[in-house]
Design a protein around this ligand. Structure first.
Ligand code: MEZ
Length: 535
């Protein structure tokens, strides 16, 4: 139930609802999209970016908060730890316990490798758990991996590495089967066929879901599989520096117990970075849909060890984060709400865009509506637009919301808002790191031997913008791929003398570049003391 301040606007939304349901808003032209993005998308705000002064991506611009971390000092000096005192000695070390890390570990285990997972929180404390709307795969008769490729390539501004995107879409149907066989309860019709819906920028209905908690269902299953296989998981233990050998090849990591700060050496023939995203960096002051540990750690570890980044300047702001109530500010309102028919309307009840434009375009369009056009709803602590959820019940029939998006209904219900009867207020929220470490199609980094990356820490699979449901897909496809290839590679690796010399080399480069900093990285956890919210 909304207070008086919202009632006039809600009445306008209600009055226009029937007409808005019937309305078929035009899609924007390529030129309109380009102009919109340039004017309103946060990625185009030049003064929010800074140029890297040294390291593998010297000369390139990245968000200034990330620039600070990438150029920061290590948390340790080489002398702080005895590299001969090895606590863990494995074939494959997986850093990160989310969907990509667990998929990698399962496959490495399947291949017979001695594998372990180190994770700074607990297994499953990851963006995978927070993903709601679904996972794409072209497995219906009217669809194909080629059509999936075209949708994702266009949506990503034709910037995706073709070989990576091609693997993503071609392996997608098998990924769904793999998950299904492991026990993921996908939504099905009475005859057993998978229910599939549209997402923004998709030309076919290929979103497979477990209601609106698809990521949680997938993570539950992967976690069970890791436990059933008795793969060692060292939790509350962060990787704070990669260990190389004398040839500069990845050979393990320095781990830090998050409670005691004790340092440990994990030696490995191959290392997989699967540390996830960066929402808790709150770039440009945006709220985030991400889990508590999303602080770009893998990018920092890789960069300091010499691995290149790709598209680290591009972030995804999910168009529909919660704008009200404040207690859940920035939480994800799944795109599936729009797939099921809810439209975005402004303070006057007017539809101002097609509800399923790609995410970057949708986010920019909402920002324009709230800023220059002055058509946002004042929430008391910011601005938002309405997502007219009651449309879903009118289109799909009574009970559709409870059946298809029960978590959404519950989340708002806790604050007295019945989304079956009342619209909800949304504004973009920082959701996904499009860029990350540059990889080859086998999951190995392009320039550090024996170092693999999977999941959100990878750059280039989606180009410069990702479509809904392609992230849950990439953690499975590229997680499994990295696990398989890292395990195979480990068979032929003899680890040389362990070294942390790259820390001093990086310090030298920093000094030569004239960069002075007191910052240390990886960040590991967000710091909310004295935080100014600029969103
Ligand atoms: O892929 C995603 O980011 C996703 C499924 C999010 C959502 O809107 O539910």
């Amino acid at each position: 139930m909304y207070s008086e301040q919202f009632q006039k606007s809600i009445k306008a939304v209600e009055a226009a609802r029937e007409a808005n349901i019937a309305l078929e808003p035009d899609r924007m032209t390529a030129k309109q999209k380009e102009d919109l993005l340039a004017a309103y998308h946060p990625d185009y705000k030049k003064d929010e970016f800074e140029t890297l002064k040294f390291g593998p991506n010297k000369g390139q611009e990245v968000p200034r908060e990330l620039c600070e971390l990438l150029q920061a000092k290590s948390r340790i000096k080489a002398d702080d730890i005895d590299l001969n005192d090895v606590t863990y000695d494995v074939d494959v070390l997986v850093i990160g316990g989310g969907g990509a890390g667990t998929s990698a570990a399962i496959e490495a285990h399947e291949a017979g490798a001695k594998v372990m997972i180190a994770t700074k929180l607990r297994m499953g404390d990851a963006n995978t758990m927070m993903a709601e709307g679904g996972i794409q795969a072209a497995d219906k008769p009217n669809d194909s991996p080629a059509i999936h490729f075209v949708d994702a390539f266009g949506g990503g501004h034709f910037a995706a590495k073709r070989e990576l995107l091609s693997k993503l879409v071609c392996d997608a149907p098998e990924a769904i089967q793999w998950l299904s066989n492991l026990g993921v309860e996908f939504d099905k019709e009475a005859d057993g066929t998978m229910v599939t819906t549209h997402g923004g920028g998709t030309s076919r209905k290929r979103m497979h879901a477990a209601k609106d908690y698809s990521g949680a269902e997938i993570m539950r299953t992967l976690r069970d599989e890791v436990l059933n296989r008795q793969i060692p998981v060292v939790d509350f233990t962060a990787a704070i520096e990669l260990i190389l050998d004398e040839k500069g090849n990845a050979a393990g990591a320095v781990l830090m117990n998050m409670e005691t700060n004790e340092l440990m050496v994990a030696k490995a023939k191959t290392v997989i970075i699967a540390t996830g995203g960066a929402g808790r960096m709150h770039y440009q002051g945006f709220p985030t849909s991400n889990h508590y540990g999303a602080t770009a750690d893998g990018l920092v570890l890789g960069y300091r060890a010499g691995a290149k980044l790709l598209y680290a300047e591009t972030l995804q702001y999910h168009p529909t984060g919660v704008a009200y109530p404040e207690q859940i500010f920035g939480a994800l309102v799944t795109e599936k709400v729009r797939s099921l028919g809810a439209k975005l309307v402004n303070v006057n009840g007017d539809v101002f865009m097609h509800p399923l434009e790609t995410r970057d375009v949708s986010a920019a369009s909402i920002i324009r509506e709230c800023t220059d056009r002055g058509n946002g709803v004042d929430t008391g602590s910011g601005l938002g637009v309405w997502l007219d959820t009651p449309m879903i019940e009118k289109i799909g029939g009574e009970g559709t919301i409870e059946k298809r998006i029960p978590a959404m209904m519950r989340m708002f219900g806790q604050y007295g808002i019945d989304i079956r009867k009342e619209p909800i207020l949304v504004f973009p929220t920082l959701h996904y790191q499009n860029g990350g470490l540059d990889i080859n199609v086998d999951g190995s980094t392009t320039n550090v031997e024996n170092l693999y990356v999977a999941g959100e820490a990878v750059g280039g699979i989606h180009g410069k913008n990702r479509l809904m449901g392609n992230s849950l897909l990439d953690i499975i496809v590229f997680g499994r791929n990295a696990g398989q290839n890292a395990a195979a590679k480990a068979k032929n690796v003899t680890v040389g003398k362990l070294s942390l010399d790259h820390i001093a080399a990086f310090d030298k480069e920093r000094a030569a570049a004239g960069v002075e900093t007191d910052a240390v990285s990886p960040k590991l956890l967000p710091d909310y003391t004295n935080r100014k919210n600029r969103a």
